[in-house]
Design a protein around this ligand. Structure first.
Ligand code: HEC
Ligand code: HEC
Ligand code: HEC
Ligand code: HEC
Length: 209
């Protein structure tokens, strides 16, 4: 019985010595090659920003210099134009580039400039501007309603918070609606080494593709 215990003790001591030796060698970095790692490329915050590409105008106001006017501050004194216009000198920043949809009054109410219009000529508030788009973009509007076109923000799980749906004009300028090109985000980092050689895993991937 005693001899067995002695044998165990010896075994424990050998292991303690071996592991201590290993620990010391790890601390002093005894062997192995130095492994250089890639510099992590910091991605510009724009790429993961939740902000829409444009700030939609939700109120019927016009900013001129330092002042913000309600549309009807001027328009209550102006007779609505009897001819259809595609550009007006009073609003030089508005250049319609919307295909054959080239008249202000397809979207803006003729009499009340603080309102937009739907397909029946009913007034629509600036905050509900997607209803004006519905006049001509039915299928896309339907997709947008279902969440297929456009983007949802915040929560999918309604118990945790609200879902916020971006409106059409958060992505499309109503006057020049083509979605502007965006710079793509940088490619994912490869499992490569600094000297350009690749690791076995990355090589296997390259060979397979
Ligand atoms: C500082 C004064 C001013 C303000 C504020 C203003 N407008 Fe105008 N707007 C004009 C003038 C002047 C015209 C040209 C009228 C004309 O040619 O008969 C015009 C023309 C227009 C037209 C072209 C149709 C037409 O009847 O000629 C539209 C549409 C329009 N404005 C929309 C708006 C909207 C929407 C707002 C608010 C977001 C706004 N305007 C605010 C001065 C103003
Ligand atoms: C396709 C529909 C559509 C047409 C056509 C259109 N507008 Fe607009 N307009 C909108 C909507 C929607 C808004 C408010 C939403 C926004 O700007 O984000 C707006 C906003 C405006 C504003 C105030 C916002 C700003 O940009 O300062 C003015 C002024 C204006 N429109 C004038 C005009 C004039 C003038 C024409 C004709 C030359 C015209 N619009 C044609 C839909 C339209
Ligand atoms: C009166 C009909 C009409 C209304 C209202 C209208 N559109 Fe359009 N839209 C068109 C037509 C026509 C085209 C096709 C233009 C072309 O390809 O020449 C178009 C094209 C577009 C395009 C594609 C542009 C491109 O070149 O890729 C977008 C995006 C768009 N509209 C967004 C909107 C939004 C947002 C609204 C509401 C603010 C709106 N439209 C309201 C008629 C309309
Ligand atoms: C979150 C942003 C976003 C929202 C919100 C959004 N769109 Fe778009 N839309 C896009 C993008 C991105 C494209 C694709 C542009 C491209 O392919 O060049 C597009 C394309 C389009 C086109 C052109 C489709 C084609 O087949 O060429 C139309 C028309 C359009 N959108 C209308 C709308 C309307 C109407 C709404 C609201 C009911 C809306 N969009 C809401 C981002 C958006």
């Amino acid at each position: 019985m005693a001899t067995v215990r002695n044998k165990n003790n010896a075994c424990v001591w050998v292991m303690v010595l071996a592991f201590s030796g290993l620990a010391v060698s790890f601390v002093f970095d005894g062997w192995g090659e130095e492994r250089e790692t890639h510099q992590v490329v910091v991605i510009a915050p724009d790429f993961y920003s939740k902000l829409p590409v444009r700030q939609p105008r939700l109120e019927a106001t016009l900013v001129l210099g330092d002042y913000t006017y309600r549309c009807n501050t001027c328009h209550q004194h102006l007779k609505p134009s009897q001819v259809q216009k595609s550009a007006v000198s009073a609003h030089p920043e508005i250049l319609l580039n919307h295909g054959v949809n080239n008249y202000c009054a397809t979207c803006h109410d003729r009499e009340d400039r603080e309102k937009l219009v739907d397909i029946n000529g009913e007034k629509v508030s600036f905050a509900q501007s997607q209803v004006t788009c519905l006049q001509c973009h039915g299928p896309i509007y339907r997709d947008w309603e279902k969440g297929v076109h456009g983007r949802m923000n915040d929560y999918w799980d309604k118990r945790r918070g609200e879902v916020r749906k971006l409106t059409c004009v958060a992505c499309h300028d109503p006057h020049d609606p083509a979605f502007k090109p965006m710079v793509p985000s940088p490619a994912p980092q490869r499992l490569g080494r600094l000297d350009g050689s690749v690791t076995p895993i990355a090589k296997e991937f390259d060979d397979d593709h």
